[in-house]
Design a protein around this ligand. Structure first.
Ligand SMILES: CSC[C@@H](O)[C@@H](O)C(=O)COP(=O)(O)O
Ligand SMILES: [Zn+2]
Length: 218
C-alpha cells in the first residue's frame, strides 16, 4: 500500500485524534517547553511498510496551527512535499511501530516520569506491584509485578532506536528514557492514552511512596 492509497477520511481521522490528544495533554501540562510528541498510524501495516501522522518538531503543543502534524513513512521520511520537519524522535516512533504493529504512540515529559526513571535507571527497569492502575496497562493478573524498561537517554536518536528491539517487552506497552520521558503505545489512540495515563499514575504513586515516613510500631 502506498501513501496515496490511504483514504482521505482515514488520514483526517488520525489528524483529528492527534489534535484532541494534543489539546488534552497540553491542558495537563504534559508538553512543557515544546517537549513531547505524538503519532497515529494510518493504512495497512507490515514491519517494513507503514505510514503515520506525527507532530512536527519544536512546536508549541498548547496551541493549534495548520503546521502541527505531517505524515511520514517507516523510515521517518515525509510522505508529501512539506516544509515541516517531523519530530526529532520520529525514528523512535518508527521503531516501536515496526516492533509492535501498534496504532498510536504518545511521548510526554513529566516530573514524575523523569524522577522515577532516574531513581531506577541503573537497574534498567522500574518495578511496580500492587497498584490497581497496572490493570490500565491491560495486565489483569492478581497482584501482578511488572518491570517498566528504562533506556539511556542518548543525544543520538538512532542509538536509542537501536536499543528498542532488545528492550521492549510485549506485555508492557511503554518504555522510559532516563531523565527524559516515556513512550506509551496502544492498538489505537484510546488505548495508547489509557496506557500513558496508567503509567503516569503508577510513577506518581511510586514517587510519593518513597516519601512516606516509616509507619510507627503498633
Ligand atoms: C524541548 S526538550 C524536548 C526535545 O528534546 C524532545 O525530547 C521532545 O520530546 C520534543 O521534540 P520534537 O522534535 O518537538 O518532537
Ligand atoms: Zn522527548
Amino acid at each position: 500500500m502506498t501513501f496515496s492509497d490511504i483514504s482521505l477520511e482515514e488520514k483526517q481521522k488520525a489528524l483529528g485524534e492527534l489534535r484532541n490528544i494534543k489539546e488534552q495533554f497540553a491542558a495537563r501540562g504534559w508538553f512543557p517547553g515544546t517537549s513531547g510528541n505524538l503519532s497515529v498510524r494510518v493504512g495497512a501495516f507490515t514491519p517494513d511498510r507503514f505510514h503515520f501522522a506525527v507532530t512536527s518538531s519544536g512546536k508549541d503543543k498548547s496551541v493549534h496551527t495548520p503546521e502541527d502534524f505531517l505524515f511520514v513513512d517507516a523510515n521517518g521520511e515525509a510522505c508529501e512535499t512539506t516544509a515541516l520537519k517531523p519530530s526529532a524522535e520520529t525514528l523512535i516512533h518508527a521503531k516501536i511501530y515496526r516492533m509492535t504493529g501498534c496504532g498510536a504512540i504518545f511521548h510526554v515529559h513529566t516530573v514524575y516520569n523523569n524522577l522515577i526513571s532516574e531513581y531506577y535507571g541503573d537497574e534498567g527497569y522500574v518495578p511496580a506491584q500492587g497498584i490497581e492502575l497496572i490493570k490500565g496497562l491491560g495486565i489483569w493478573e492478581e497482584n501482578a509485578a511488572i518491570r517498566i524498561p528504562v533506556l539511556p537517554n542518548y543525544a543520538d536518536i538512532p542509538s536509542i532506536a537501536k536499543l528498542i528491539p532488545g528492550t521492549l517487552k510485549p506485555e508492557i506497552p511503554g518504555i522510559l528514557l532516563r531523565n527524559h520521558g516515556i513512550y506509551a503505545w496502544g492498538a489505537n489512540a484510546f488505548e495508547a492514552k489509557r496506557h500513558l495515563e496508567a503509567f503516569e499514575f503508577i510513577f506518581e504513586v511510586l514517587y510519593r511512596s518513597l516519601l512516606l515516613p516509616p509507619r510507627p510500631h503498633s
